[in-house]
Write a protein that binds this ligand. Structure first.
Ligand code: ZN
Length: 606
């Protein structure tokens, strides 16, 4: 996924006044809960549980997507293979209309052919490192070159390095201080955090804050350095730097976090005005001027110096060695392929046909694409395997839903929810004059965020006929930890309903209903056009500390029982939504003037 981590830039911005701050809460009438919803056939729940817990195939699905296919970067052959395999697996399980539905154009794909990095003099130091996606090749042979440490903090620093970097391997930036951790890197929600979610009035902008993420904008010096990034990037290109080594921004103990290469528009005057049109807002400097960057998957992105992320401990050692006067040389092999023959991408969709309400649709989904350095196990093969397992369970016990159940595996999520946004636009509608932050498509890199939509009236929506026929969309993309409840996305009309649906899962730890909106993933695409889209509350486990966009996002960091539990709950929610008489209530299009916040409730009553 992309969870709505309050990344540092947002932390800074949150201190600034922003529009749409009214703590308005949707005030739709609560839908009555019918007897059949309160008590679905016990036998039915037992059958779903038995199929999901005793005959689960979820870990087999996860292993195929992660171990066998591996990383699934949007546009890459890996994602194409995962998509085709998932489509065929859903067909084997009895789903209908399983297909790859194109969207785009997205841009060029990228895959790794060869990579290794080690210091070769004065001693051999194999490095834990990984190239940023869309970094170019270094040629067919390993590059051998001197390592130079460059730490540009202010404008005057450029001159110190001018003329000295041609063909060099550059350590780009200062050491990153690493503190020993005395707490476990893995966490589950506690009673206190669940209670806070249950009592939320829905006005909080985000759901989670990483306590492990250093804030690169904490000091004026750091903000000044950030503002120099575009100039620094151009300087490296003009000076002929061979490759950039950069410390992993977060993570330690051999875990590194990496996503897409950072590309800035050329700084010449004419070029800048030309490129700005396609550039997207990415971060803000102290002065509030946006730093623009270009999506590296665009076929017209300007050439860049290859960017390699190095595990922080290794990076720090190299910097300290150069400071001690050591002359370091490294050998780096980097060969990649760009894939530009077909610039389109595709989502995977498949259906269980409904019966008397077959023209109405209940959707569930997760994104199938991943970043490149791990195998995208928690982000988000886990979610994909869970939603596939949920529909497998429903087919296996031969349930006949009233509404059509449609499962979707999105692509391009990591680049800005692109696949789900395209799908929603194609099938359901488009929000006109939507606020930029509502599921905004901005490049994923160090300084972005995917915030939930701001509070305030919903935008005007240009609807397609199918807009009326979608009941609900359920998403899973918060890391593979078990489900602890659900975010209502400020739609309090569904609170009572979802509480009832969660009741049978109290013993599995899922009972919290939070009015809060959460961001960062594909339910936002539905929410943005006034459709009920929900993301479940999940345990973090090691998502923020070890796996999310990291080289250690691998099969072994996933807990099988958590996936089984999530699949059973997903299957039950989808089934309930497919069977009830009414569609899931929607948020009112025009949210009324402020009301009293929803009365707090204790966790015990959830
Ligand atoms: Zn992600």
């Amino acid at each position: 996924m992309n969870l709505a981590r309050l990344v540092p830039v947002l932390a800074l911005l949150s201190t600034l006044p922003c529009s749409g701050q009214n703590p308005e809460v949707p005030n739709a009438p609560t839908t009555p809960v019918t007897a059949s919803e309160i008590a679905p056939p016990k036998d039915l729940l037992a059958r779903i549980r038995a199929e999901g817990m005793e005959r689960s195939q979820v870990m087999g699905t996860l292993s195929y997507l992660t171990d066998v296919v591996g990383p699934r970067l949007t546009g890459s052959p890996g994602l194409r293979r995962a998509s085709e395999w998932s489509r065929d697996q859903l067909t084997r399980w009895g789903l209908e209309n399983a297909q790859l539905e194109p969207w785009g154009p997205f841009g060029r794909g990228w895959s790794l052919r060869r990579f290794s990095a080690q210091v070769i003099a004065p001693q051999s130091i194999p490095l834990i490192a990984f190239p940023k996606a869309w970094s170019p090749s270094l040629g067919t042979k390993p590059l051998q070159a001197e390592i130079v440490h460059v730490d540009i903090k202010k404008s005057e620093d450029f001159e110190k390095f001018r003329g000295k970097l041609k063909g060099k391997i550059v350590l780009d930036g200062p050491v990153r201080e690493i503190k020993v951790k005395f707490e476990s890197p893995a966490v589950r929600h506690t009673d206190a955090t669940l209670l806070a979610l249950a009592n939320s009035d829905g006005s909080s902008a985000t759901t989670r804050v990483s306590t492990t993420t250093p804030n690169p904008l904490a000091t004026p010096e750091q903000r000044a350095a950030l503002a120099l990034l575009p100039r620094r990037s151009q300087f490296y290109s003009e000076e002929g730097v061979a490759v950039l080594l950069q410390p992993s921004r977060i993570g330690d103990s051999g875990t590194l976090f990496t996503s897409a290469a950072t590309v800035y528009p050329p700084r010449s005057k004419t070029a800048t005005s030309k490129m700005t049109k396609t550039a997207e807002p990415n971060a803000k400097t102290k002065a509030g001027a946006p730093i623009r960057s270009i999506s590296p998957w665009k076929t017209d992105a300007p050439p860049i110096v290859p960017q390699v992320i190095v595990a922080a401990e290794h990076y720090n050692r190299l910097v300290r060695m150069t400071e001690q006067g050591e002359k370091l040389r490294a050998a780096i092999e980097l060969q990649i392929d760009y894939h530009a023959q077909d610039l389109m991408a595709a989502n995977v969709v498949a259906e269980i046909r409904g019966s008397d309400l077959a023209n109405e649709v209940v959707m569930l989904g997760a994104h199938l694409d991943s970043w490149q350095s791990g195998t995208g196990a928690t982000d988000n093969a886990a979610g994909s395997a869970i939603v596939m397992e949920a529909v497998r369970i429903l087919k296996a016990i031969e349930l006949e839903p009233r509404r059509t159940i449609r499962v979707a595996l999105w692509t391009g999520e990591e680049q800005g929810l692109l696949g789900s946004k395209a799908y929603v636009a194609e099938h359901f509608g488009v929000a006109k004059n939507a606020p930029a932050t509502a599921g905004a498509a901005v490049p994923r890199n160090e300084t972005d965020t995917f915030a939930p939509p701001p509070l305030g009236p919903l935008p005007e929506i240009e609807k397609k006929p199918a807009h009326e026929h979608l009941s609900v969309y359920f998403n899973l993309d918060n890391g593979g930890g078990k489900i602890r409840g659900i975010y209502l996305q400020r739609n309090d009309a569904v609170a009572q309903l979802f509480r009832q649906w969660l009741k049978p899962f109290k013993d599995l730890g899922a009972e919290t209903v939070s009015l809060r909106s959460t961001g960062g993933t594909d339910h936002l695409s539905f929410d943005a056009v006034g459709l009920p889209g929900f993301q479940f509350i999940q345990d973090d486990i090691e998502y923020t500390t070890r796996t999310h966009h990291a080289n250690m996002d691998v099969y072994d960091r996933v807990i099988p029982d958590d996936l089984k539990q999530a699949a059973v709950i997903m299957a039950t929610f989808v089934y309930q939504a497919a069977m009830r008489d009414e569609k899931i209530p929607r948020k009112p299009i025009a949210i009324p003037t402020p009301t009293a916040a929803t009365a707090p409730v204790s966790a015990a009553t959830q």
